[in-house]
Design a protein around this ligand. Structure first.
Ligand code: FMN
Length: 169
């Protein structure tokens, strides 16, 4: 495994983006944030973290509870494909993770188009938490969902293109 993708997702959209990213990077593994190791194996040369934007930042226990109570059509679609919602969050995972210096890192998030980036987004907060550990992300991207939790058309393709560009940079 060269690339580890650690993803938090409650309705499945961020998970689907992570899978699209993995499909474009050789030897990439996607792990739910609940299952991801807290000590990153030095053989992992690239770490990509992804999370949905909640209240303009990374999720908290309260916002995850709100997400759990949503029964959107987007969530139902994702669950049909075997997706399981995260119980924990990327914020907590980054706080506890031991990431070797020199690991290449990128962060992405999902946001509702038009609202999310105005005041803040999950990937920016992830970058701040990583920076506190001396880890500086070399790429950051946002992928768009609709207000009822569907990915906008073309976002899976855009994720694949972004991943290819990042892996070759
Ligand atoms: C509690 C909660 C707060 C949210 N806050 C924001 C927000 O501040 N900005 C935004 O663009 N989207 C917000 N959203 C929408 C999420 O970003 C969207 O549901 C998420 O990207 C879907 O990802 P997932 O399917 O992987 O869970 C919020 C959703 C929930 C449940």
């Amino acid at each position: 495994m060269d690339t580890l993708i650690v993803v938090e997702s409650h309705c499945g959209n961020t998970w689907r983006i992570a899978e699209a990213i993995a499909s474009s990077i050789p030897d990439a593994t996607v792990m739910r944030v609940d299952d991801a190791p807290h000590i990153i194996d030095p053989r992992v040369t690239t770490l990509i973290v992804g999370a949905p934007t909640h209240a303009f930042t990374l999720s908290t226990a309260d916002s995850r509870e709100s997400a759990r109570q949503r029964t959107t059509s987007g969530a139902k679609e994702s669950r049909q494909s075997g997706f399981h919602p995260s119980r924990t969050g990327l914020r907590e995972w980054i706080d506890s993770a031991s990431i070797p210096q020199g690991t290449r890192v990128a962060a992405f998030d999902t946001c509702v188009k038009g609202v999310g980036p105005l005041f803040g987004r999950a990937a920016k907060k992830a970058n701040k938490l990583l920076a506190k550990k001396g880890i500086h992300a070399s790429a950051t991207e946002t992928f768009w969902v609709t207000g009822d939790d569907h990915l906008h058309d073309g976002e899976l393709d855009r994720a694949a293109v972004w991943a290819t560009a990042f892996s070759k940079s």
